[in-house]
Design a protein around this ligand. Structure first.
Ligand code: MN
Length: 206
């Protein structure tokens, strides 16, 4: 058995309906997230033991230390493993609304207002070419929060950023219900954001 196993989702597959349908959730978790997890294990097994012994978050933050033969696979599948773990937990039934606490202050400081942040996140994530993720991240070097688009499964951690809130804009995240209408998925997704979890991540990142 590999080092990593498929992370659990803390609610039922149908719990996010009508915003994300149960079938999409089930396939996304049991097929896509499982595949990233399995392929991460396979790539790690081909790495030297000093890489294998590190936590995946540390490996992603130092991706250039991974041997070149496995770097692409670890970047993609390790990112996919971690991104989806974050995604399931930064959503919840009856979520949404506006954040409170220190994350609200940080968003206001960086974007001017919550509505300006939401508009920036939505419009920029909507036009990511092909597959990728929209992220609210904490930048330790500026001590501010930022919006960041990332391609495919590449983690913001590979650029020294701490992921706080991620929206998966791969077609597999929304196609069954929304088909080509990615902006409609993003618009609906705001109703299930778990701001308590985002605040938790921000508190740990600061
Ligand atoms: Mn996905």
């Amino acid at each position: 058995m590999g080092k990593y196993t498929l992370p659990q989702i803390p609610y039922a597959y149908d719990a996010l309906e009508p915003h994300i349908d149960a079938r999409t959730m089930e396939i996304h978790h049991t097929k896509h997230h499982q595949a990233y997890t399995d392929k991460l294990n396979t790539a790690l097994e081909a790495c030297p033991t000093e890489i294998q012994s590190k936590d995946i978050l540390e490996i992603l933050a130092n991706i250039n230390q991974v041997p070149e033969s496995q770097r692409g696979a670890i970047n993609f599948n390790g990112g996919g493993y971690d991104n989806h773990k974050l995604y399931w937990n930064n959503m919840k039934p009856n979520g949404g609304g506006e954040p409170g606490g220190s994350i609200a202050d940080a968003i206001n400081d960086s974007f001017g207002s919550f509505s300006a942040f939401k508009e920036k996140f939505s419009s920029t994530s909507a036009v990511i070419q092909g597959s990728g993720w929209g992220w609210l991240v904490y930048n330790p070097s500026t001590k501010k929060v930022e919006y960041k688009s990332m391609p495919n499964q590449t983690s913001p951690r590979t650029e020294g950023l701490v992921p706080l809130l991620g929206c998966d804009v791969w077609e597999h995240a929304y196609y069954l219900k929304y088909q080509n209408k990615r902006p409609d998925y993003i618009s609906s997704w705001w109703n299930i954001v778990n701001w308590d979890e985002v605040e938790n991540r921000f508190s740990k990142a600061k």
